[in-house]
Design a protein around this ligand. Sequence first.
Ligand SMILES: [Zn+2]
Length: 127
Amino acid sequence: MNQNKDWWECPKCKISIEPQFDTCWKCSFDNRPEDEKKRDEIKESGLSAKYQSLRLFQTFIWFLFFISAATILFSLLGAIAKFSMGGDIIFIISVLAIVILMITYYGTKMSSKMIDFLFDLDEKNNK
Ligand SMILES: [Zn+2]
């Protein structure tokens, strides 16, 4: 037992690991000192911090969407007031406005989701 004093035992698997390895080959338990692990954690979590501007962009595209939606709706209301005689033109403009709104909404939602996905991925990698 004494000649094994430089070896370390994985607390999970109870197997002996050669001194040159920091992690258990079986369960990948990290045997490094806490401060060393923490240093790596900070280094890695820097990725989310580094791309924090994407969060701002995410807010911005939603803001842009609401501005566009308001503009489209006001234009639609303006058109309805102007062509108060009604008829097919109002119907066509309304359908067009709704289609444009849906496309804009979908694009904004997908972009937002992509940003969420990247941050989730980073979070998962750091676990
Ligand atoms: Zn282990």
